[in-house]
Design a protein around this ligand. Structure first.
Ligand SMILES: NC(=O)c1ccc[n+]([C@@H]2O[C@H](COP(=O)([O-])OP(=O)(O)OC[C@H]3O[C@@H](n4cnc5c(N)ncnc54)[C@H](O)[C@@H]3O)[C@@H](O)[C@H]2O)c1
Length: 379
């Protein structure tokens, strides 16, 4: 093959990416509405690419493409370990969601999604909401995250919290031998849509719960319903509060060089995306003997919900699938122990195996999420 000169351009990145390369990147422009969007499909090895649409005022177009590429790749791993027959994709719309979002622009975007004929299935992400997906869905059949009235499943935080709780039970089983948080002191940072549902699960399981949130009204709402919940001023106070489990449920980057040395918890399991601030933090956690449940594995309840929407949403069916997050988290910890690597590395390996072997969800789930080695779960 002719040797093509390498450049730093987006095109070069697409074809030569050391991150494994992407299948397709679509640059979308609609002059009449001002739409500028990037749809990145990382992999369709396991099925149509699935991932949300981010609406964000990127500083540059290159930054937007870079973000779409990274996010799409992350979705391949997430969907693989969620036991879905979906590959990974993600879209970004360049602009300020407050001032630039119009129905016409969203519909123009929906026509680009339609042009992919089902290779990419979209949903909500930062800056896009259920009401926006209802508008995008007027132009194609491949939009999830819609309202109940619009034929969708609505808010995904209920199943996201349920899935995080399953991951936390698996963490407890691995750390303390019993799949329960009963009697454990659990700190939840961020009691928004997901965090407040998680607190309910924890209390029902008999945990002692400590919370913090930058919004005083979010903390007050929890304490009004459950006066036994303790509140502390901020995340720094929370992580030092003699915890057994720390659940980051606010923003990304919760685990970094400053926070990890201060953690009192010996388990970290929460809903927030991208909790590890940079590569290497997963090893710092392992070196301190802290069991880290990989964020993208335990917070997959939301994507499991939107995937179910494609088949006519059935809450119980989606919940049963989200309950499998327990088995998957256990399998990851077992693989990590067998390979002598942090759980985040073990999770990536399991996802890569499933993608390489193109294992259908049914047989992958039946095998307990692992088929390639000593970590295979019995039964
Ligand atoms: N909603 C879902 O289905 C879903 C799915 C997967 C992952 N996630 C991730 O889970 C996290 C929470 O999502 P959500 O839907 O509950 O969002 P949300 O905005 O409803 O809740 C986040 C909460 O964190 C609080 N917060 C922000 N900064 C904080 C800080 N520095 N300290 C303490 N609290 C702070 C906010 O005030 C808010 O109450 C996000 O990282 C999100 O990406 C959510």
């Amino acid at each position: 093959m002719t040797d093509v000169r390498q450049t730093n351009s987006v095109v070069s990145k697409l074809f030569r990416s050391e991150q494994g390369g992407h299948e397709q990147v679509v640059l979308c422009q609609d002059r009449s509405t001002g739409l500028k969007a990037v749809i990145a499909i990382h992999s369709t090895a396991l099925g149509p690419a699935l991932g949300g649409t981010r609406f964000f005022p990127y500083a540059s177009e290159d930054e937007a493409v870079e973000d779409a590429l990274n996010l799409a790749r992350g979705m391949s791993y997430k969907n693989a370990l969620a036991g879905l027959d979906h590959g990974g994709g993600k879209a970004v719309i360049i602009g300020d969601p407050v001032s630039d979002k119009t129905d016409e622009l969203l519909r123009a975007y929906g026509r680009f999604v339609a042009s992919l004929g089902g290779r990419y299935v979209t949903a909500c992400d930062v800056g896009t909401y259920v009401a926006d997906m209802d508008v995008v869905a007027t132009e194609n059949r491949w939009t999830t995250g819609r309202s109940v009235a619009g034929g969708g499943a609505g808010d995904s935080s209920v199943l996201t919290a349920f899935g995080v709780f399953q991951g936390m039970r698996a963490s407890a089983a691995t750390r303390w031998g019993e799949p329960t948080l009963s009697g454990r002191r659990v700190g939840v940072a961020g009691v928004g849509k997901v965090g407040h549902h998680l607190v309910e699960h924890l209390l029902a399981d008999g945990a002692r719960v400590v919370v913090t949130d930058v919004r005083a009204e979010a903390v007050a709402a929890i304490r009004e319903r459950h006066p036994e919940v303790e509140a502390v001023a901020d995340t720094t106070a929370l992580i030092r509060a003699g915890l057994d489990v720390y659940a980051p449920c606010a923003l990304g980057g919760a685990l970094d060089d400053e926070t990890v040395p201060q953690l009192t918890a010996s388990v970290v399991c929460g809903a927030a995306n991208n909790q590890l601030a940079h590569p290497g933090v997963e090893k710092d956690l392992a070196d301190r003997g802290i069991l880290y449940a990989p964020d993208y594995v335990v917070n997959a309840g939301g994507v499991i919900q939107v995937a179910d929407e494609l088949h006519g949403f059935d809450f119980e069916r989606a919940k049963a699938k989200a309950a499998r997050i327990y088995d998957t988290t256990l399998a990851i910890f077992e693989r990590a122990a067998a390979d002598g690597v942090p759980p985040a590395v073990a999770a990536d390996r399991l996802a890569e195996t499933r993608m390489a072997e193109r294992t259908p969800a049914q047989s992958w789930l039946a095998a307990g999420g692992v088929q390639d080695g000593p970590a295979a779960l019995a039964g």
